[in-house]
Design a protein around this ligand. Structure first.
Ligand code: BGC
Length: 763
């Protein structure tokens, strides 16, 4: 029988920022809300639970109607997808002048990767591994969104996913719970700042609770099913991290958990969220997710709305299930007055914390938009952040960086396609301000190099996909010319150039919500173009745009340089030019594994060993856990990313090879820049628990440090390891560390590491 070090399963609610209300503030808020609620009728209380869409962006299949008259009747607690100070002020006026109790409305929006100044998509942002930059991007998004009248954002999305077929992989931070937790915390801090009632901070909403990234087959909204042990150890941490950081609200997910849709799952919303984690904020449904419980097979709308309320849901997004059925359910004894009161209280508390009762127009300063949106400082930060998010996947014979001279052929349907190369989900975007790659290269090259441009191909040969993209008002910009004419033009400029930059990949609408793909190659028509360009014998740099890991085996074999730029936001074009010409040395590291082919999915670095692991370095053995036709290796592992310089790692040293639970040990490596330019490196620490009461992953990220080294410079990088880094949830869901053997790995990615052993001793 092993000894266990049992930690507190989940620490109590301790927000990190100054949003912690003092006892006196809390008493004041409670008194205010109680007094207001004592004046409210049941209808007015139910009205507060209703969240409608202002219809400026369609993010679901139902659009709210009669919004104005519902506001006047006191039937609206919040509105989302409505922007501009003018419109929001007018709407707020309805609530505070034409309703009996003058309760202000809360205004939300999906501010996902920046508001007007767009930053890289979240998956790209995560590849910076730079929490200060990530927090700053959320801070800027909050400044711009509040300058436009908003006070609530449906971000961050922290769903762990191991499936690049799922389109929403673009909206999250990849596959790792440790990194995902750090990012969740940085985003919440950035949005909410230290004072939620400040006119330039937004209430954050962490989503989608829970396990939305684990849908079967990567198909959106699909069933999830997993053990509690896996849930606790591998999927829940980032939601919890956002809560510990003081997030004001949480959104439920569309999927079911243990056979019960999340929006009506009492274990999830009450036992775990409220009781175990101590969450005190507001729980909102996803778009019509309460109504969708009917399709899940839970009953009619009245039944589902009652189930959701009883489960712990506070606010109903768009579906109006609460609005139309709760009173009847109350009269029929199917829900209690207390349940309605509890939900209403959460919404009023959120409004109170945002300062809306002091001043309902707090976020309606009509001067701010002109001076605080698209500022030079915001654009500069977006450019810097985008450059840090790019991942250099290959750079044979140091083809990159390019020199600013001679003739450069820029070819590809994403080279001059502002809308399709900037971001996946940017409802508030003004694409006219975006810098395309063509413009970025021209800005950077000036008169020093000649930039020749040809589109080369359409984005896809698939007309169905085009139709589907245009269903959301996007255009894939199909060219009237034939494929062969486009190709001919590309080859002719290639012939006149010294180097070719191929700007290829996915269009914006090929990832994001409801954009699953079973084939995650670069679309055929673009691949044909790439093959023709490579065949010219000229050096080719593939600049990749994508919202998900793609399968790039041919590209890795045949294209000399590959720079993955995701969707880099407003300044993408300038930032890519910065990196291509070497003004910025790339340092991004992947946060999601790139598989060789779709059949390997799910493929992730922190997998289990199995009882029949493949011996290292091999790719097939009979009766081992492997495939006949492809090795178990990813194409690019988690944490991978090259630089224009090289870093060497010393062996790992430990301050002690024995760790007692009340002590700490230090693991160190010396990292040296052995190249000829300065560069940033993210040094990664992984741990493996060699023997456990449940099976443990072959590696788990437990630390990282991003350092900068001048040529020839060395730095000692130290990680402190305590018993807390060794804890996991055992089969009784106790958070424990078990004495025994451990391995530490430190390296430049999850595959290329140096290792050392240590032991955790009993107390
Ligand atoms: C998405 C959410 C989003 C909501 C409101 C839903 O379809 O799943 O992430 O916040 O729409 O736009």
């Amino acid at each position: 029988m092993k000894l266990l070090f049992i930690g507190i399963t989940f620490v109590a609610y301790l927000p990190l920022t100054a949003q912690v209300q003092t006892a006196a503030q809390q008493t004041k808020m409670n008194a205010f809300v109680s007094s207001l609620m004592s004046k409210m009728t049941v209808d007015e209380k139910i009205g507060q639970l209703n969240l409608l869409t202002g219809g400026e962006a369609t993010t679901g299949s139902v659009v709210s109607t009669d919004v104005e008259s519902k506001i006047k009747k006191g039937q609206v607690g919040g509105i989302f997808s409505m922007a501009s100070v003018g419109r929001i002020r007018k709407t707020q006026e309805l609530a505070v002048t034409q309703t009996r109790l003058k309760i202000p409305i809360i205004f939300g929006m999906d501010v996902i990767h920046g508001y007007k100044t767009l930053f890289p998509i979240p998956l790209g942002l995560s590849c910076t591994w730079d929490m200060e930059l990530i927090e700053a991007s959320a801070r800027i998004a909050a400044i711009e969104a509040t300058a436009d009248g908003l006070n609530w954002t449906f971000s961050p999305m922290v769903d762990i996913t191991r499936d690049p077929r799922w389109g929403r992989v673009s909206e999250g931070s990849g596959e790792d719970p440790y990194l995902g937790s750090a990012i969740a915390k940085a985003m919440v801090k950035g949005y909410q700042g230290s004072d939620l009632s400040a006119p330039n901070t937004l209430m954050s909403c962490v989503k989608h609770f829970a396990l939305y990234g684990a849908g079967e087959g990567g198909r959106d909204y699909n069933t999830t099913d997993m053990s509690r042990v896996r849930m606790y150890n591998e999927y829940l941490a980032p939601y919890k991290a956002a809560i510990d950081a003081g997030v004001g609200s949480i959104m439920t997910s569309f999927n079911e958990i243990d056979g019960i849709p999340a929006s009506g799952n009492r274990w999830l919303l009450t036992d775990l969220l409220r009781k175990q984690w101590g969450f005190k904020g507001l729980v909102v449904s996803d778009y019509t997710s309460i109504n969708e419980m009917t399709d899940h097979g839970m009953g009619d709308l009245q039944t589902c709305a009652a189930l959701a309320l009883k489960a712990g849901m506070d606010m109903d997004m768009v579906g109006e299930g609460f609005l139309t059925t709760l009173k009847q359910s109350l009269q029929e004894g199917k829900v209690t007055q207390k349940a309605i009161d509890d939900a209403c209280r959460k919404i009023l508390e959120a409004k109170y914390r945002l300062g809306l009762f002091d001043d309902p127009y707090r976020y309606c300063d009509s001067d701010r938009a002109a001076s605080e949106i698209f500022t030079a400082a915001h654009l500069q930060k977006a450019r810097e952040t985008a450059a840090q998010s790019f991942v250099l996947l290959k750079n044979q014979n140091n083809l990159l960086p390019l020199k600013k001279n001679g003739a450069i052929a820029l070819v590809g349907p994403l080279a001059d396609a502002k809308e399709n190369m900037t971001g996946t989900w940017s409802v508030s975007a003004d694409f006219s301000k975006a810098i395309s790659l063509l413009t970025g290269l021209q800005n950077a090259a000036g008169n020093a190099a000649k930039i020749l441009y040809a589109k080369g191909s359409n984005l896809t040969e698939d007309s169905l996909l085009e139709q589907r993209a245009t269903m959301f008002g996007k255009s894939l910009g199909r060219d009237k010319r034939s494929d062969s004419a486009l190709l001919k033009e590309a080859l002719s400029i290639a012939a006149q150039s010294d180097v070719i930059i191929a700007a290829l990949g996915e269009a914006a609408e090929m990832s994001g919500e409801s954009a699953g793909r079973t084939n995650i190659d670069i679309p055929d028509v673009q691949k044909k173009l790439l093959k023709a360009l490579v065949k010219t014998g000229k050096p080719v740099v593939l600049v990749l745009f994508t919202g998900r890991p793609l399968t790039l085996v041919w590209e890795q074999q045949h294209v000399p340089a590959i720079l993955n730029t995701w969707f880099g936001g407003t300044e993408a074009g300038n930032a890519i030019a910065d990196v291509l010409f070497g003004d910025v040395n790339p340092s991004g590291k992947l946060t999601a594994t790139f598989p060789q082919n779709v059949g390997q999915i799910p493929l992730y670095y922190n997998h289990k060993n199995t009882g029949r692991p493949l011996p290292e370095g091999q790719w097939f053995q009979k009766f081992r856990s492997n495939y006949l036709d492809v090795s178990n290796d990813p194409l690019y592992p988690f944490g991978f990313g090259l630089s224009y310089t090289n870093f060497s790692y010393s062996n790992v040293t430990l301050s002690s090879t024995m760790l007692r639970p009340n002590q700490k040990i230090t693991a160190s490596v010396v990292v040296t820049n052995t190249g000829d330019r300065s560069g940033k490196e993210t040094v990664q620490l992984y741990i493996r628990d060699m023997v456990g009461s449940i099976t443990r992953p072959v590696k788990e990220l437990k630390g990282f440090q991003k350092i900068e080294l001048e040529p020839g410079e060395s730095k000692k990088v130290e990680f402190t390891i305590s018993v807390n880094d060794l804890k996991f949830y055992n089969s009784n869901l106790q958070y424990v560390a078990e004495p025994g053997d451990f391995k530490i790995f430190i390296g430049t990615n999850s595959r290329d590491v140096k290792e050392i052993d240590f032991k955790l001793l009993p107390l």
